[in-house]
Design a binder for this molecule. Structure first.
Ligand SMILES: Nc1ncnc2c1ncn2[C@@H]1O[C@H](COP(=O)(O)OP(=O)(O)OP(=O)(O)O)[C@@H](O)[C@H]1O
Ligand SMILES: [Mg+2]
Length: 270
């Protein structure tokens, strides 16, 4: 289980560029659940994921993951519990190293670095099995540098690496956004398959309403550093793409209304 309590982060505080990226967010993610986070550009989705991963220190708030209070843990220590996949297919893998070597590195994540990367016969068999399950024909190319693969193939492997050690939490930040539609659909399908099979707890940021409706069992909508919608259970099962667009509209209208009221009040008091 992931529990986020009263989490806030302001960038450039007390300057004209001040951004309240997270405003007192509280959120509990059940173990073994798959949640999509949607929201307009700049609404705080990546900041929320980064706060959980420990990329920066929040101004306030508490984060608990799998019974550990990780609030004061540094990023490398959190990485022992958290697997991540980013938007950029080139992040998270070493281009010159082979597929097998990259995966062996992932298998030993969190261990002491002096360890030699050796692709043993046993490891090779395990790797070939899991790579075959991706159904991308990559099992015959285990010794090829990972840099020679397409973006979609690389994201599929990054996903496999991020989940190899069954992390307590999987964080996906628009991990299909840089792929062509066919590869994006394939990686989305693999994502769902791996999360279901390994019974992982996952948070996935996406701008694809199709993915948000099809893949997870919960959808959270963020706006201006806050959670403004939360579809789960039956409500999530019933929600369709037009409902999500309608929610975006509602949020925007509410904001325009608030701004108009603020301007009127300003007019009154100045
Ligand atoms: N390291 C940073 N320094 C300063 N401002 C930041 C930093 N990271 C994020 N922000 C700001 O915080 C706000 C939220 O950004 P964030 O990246 O979380 O948005 P997002 O919802 O992921 O958007 P997108 O859909 O475009 O990826 C934005 O206004 C952004 O400019
Ligand atoms: Mg983002």
């Amino acid at each position: 289980m992931l529990k986020i309590e009263n989490l806030s982060k302001t960038f450039f505080p007390n300057t004209p560029n001040e951004v309240q990226a997270l405003r007192n967010i509280s959120l509990t993610i059940a173990e073994g659940s798959f949640t999509a986070i949607i929201g307009t550009n700049g609404s705080g989705k990546s900041t929320l994921l980064n706060a959980v991963a420990g990329t920066f220190e929040p101004d306030k708030g508490k984060i608990t993951l799998a019974e550990h209070d990780i609030t004061d843990w540094q990023e490398f220590k959190r990485a022992t519990l958290i697997g991540r996949v980013f938007q950029n297919p080139f992040a998270g893998t070493a281009a010159e190293m082979s597929i097998a070597e990259n995966i062996v590195l992932a298998m030993h994540r969190g261990e002491h670095r002096s360890l030699r990367i050796a692709v043993t016969k046993k490891a090779r068999e395990a790797i070939a099995d899991k790579v075959r399950a991706l159904k991308m024909g990559l099992e015959d190319r285990l010794d090829n540098p990972i840099g020679t693969l397409s973006g979609g193939q690389r994201q599929a492997l990054t996903l496999l690496m991020a989940t190899w050690l069954k992390p307590k939490l999987l964080l996906l930040d628009e991990h299909t956004a840089a792929l062509d539609p066919k590869s994006a659909a394939k990686v989305a399908e693999l994502t769902k398959q791996i999360i279901d099979q390994e019974k992982l707890t996952a948070l996935m940021v996406t701008h694809s309403m199709q993915q948000a409706v099809d893949l997870p069992d919960r959808i959270i909508m963020m706006h201006r550093g806050q959670i403004v919608e939360d579809y789960h259970g039956d409500m999530k099962r019933r929600v369709r793409i037009p409902d999500l667009y309608a929610a975006f509209d509602r949020v925007q209208k509410r904001e325009l209304f608030d701004e108009a009221v603020a301007q009127m009040l300003e007019g009154q008091y100045t």
